[in-house]
Design a protein around this ligand. Structure first.
Ligand code: ATR
Length: 275
């Protein structure tokens, strides 16, 4: 009998997780299928328990369910620290909540040959995605600067991870100076996302060759930020890499099997390139 996996969210129709996980299941010859289900916050508890009762293999959660899930499952220490759950594992009667976003970002960097320990990382933004990324980066020994439009959010996030490593929060006023000092720059904001594709917080004149520019935005695939980075001769990493590596981590949690990242990446890019 097929094992079913799913992503719950509201809205959830745009999710690229089914195409990515189904491509991996097919490549590995696993008798599994991944689907989307629209689930509201109010129904989340029932939906999780229903999935467990029906023998689902595991779940992903997306907007707006990641934070409220924290009190509906047993979060692991990483999910607890980040304050959000994106992966649910059904294990021997327990419902365990994981967060694979931070580790996905770090794996995306590593898979592109980037060294994180002792590097200066500039994180643009201080929302949910930034939180997961910053948490993992400080654990892995990076020196992190969080620059956000609302400076208080950046300062609060830096403060929250201060016991784990080096992080400071600031505003967007001195971006040229901050970019200059950074080895790695990660955009976690929605700036540049469809339909405002002409937008970017930093431009090529601020960057230099050898820097790594990682944009979590994958719609469009080639964002203005990545175009600017290429102009400056910087190394670019697109948002699909993050999507694939957080997904791969979830896949391993559920199945114990290492999925093929290249197959997952190709499946997602095929969909995005047709849009
Ligand atoms: P997510 O969970 O995807 O990270 P979020 O929590 O809504 O989403 O965070 C969005 C981030 O993008 C925030 O850091 C936000 O800045 P504020 O905290 O000041 O709101 C940032 N952001 C969104 N639009 C922006 C813009 N036009 N310019 C600069 N930053 C922007």
């Amino acid at each position: 009998m097929k094992t079913i996996y799913a992503v719950f969210g509201d809205p959830v129709g745009h999710s690229l997780s089914p195409v990515m996980h189904n491509a991996a299941f097919e490549a590995l010859g696993m008798d599994c299928e991944y689907h989307t289900f629209r689930v509201t916050k109010d129904d989340l508890k029932a939906a999780i328990h229903g999935a467990k009762a029906m023998g689902f293999g595991g779940l992903n959660l997306t907007i707006p369910l990641k934070e409220i899930a924290l009190r509906l499952v047993e979060p692991d220490p990483i999910a607890k620290a980040i304050g959000a759950v994106n992966t649910i594992e059904f294990s021997k009667g327990s419902i365990i909540g994981h967060n694979t976003d931070g580790i996905g970002a770090v794996h995306a960097l590593r898979s592109s040959g980037v060294v994180i320990r002792d590097s200066n990382v500039l994180v643009l933004g201080a929302g949910g995605a930034a939180r997961a990324v910053v948490y993992q980066l400080v654990q892995d020994g990076a020196r992190v600067t969080i620059a956000n439009r609302t400076i208080e959010r950046a300062e609060k996030l830096a403060d929250n991870v201060s016991s784990l490593g080096t992080a400071r929060g600031t505003g967007l006023e001195d971006l040229p100076g901050l970019v200059e000092q950074s080895h790695i720059i990660i955009n976690t904001t929605s700036v540049g996302m469809h339909p405002d594709t002409g937008q970017t917080l930093i431009t090529s004149d601020m960057m230099h060759s050898g820097q790594v520019i990682f944009d979590l935005v994958y719609n469009p695939l080639q964002t203005r930020l990545l175009e600017e980075a290429k102009k400056a001769g910087a190394i670019t990493i697109d948002g699909v890499k993050m999507l694939v590596h957080q997904g791969a981590r979830s896949f391993r949690i559920w199945t114990g099997v290492e999925p093929p990242p290249n197959v997952m990446e190709r499946s997602v890019k095929d969909v995005l390139e047709k849009q």
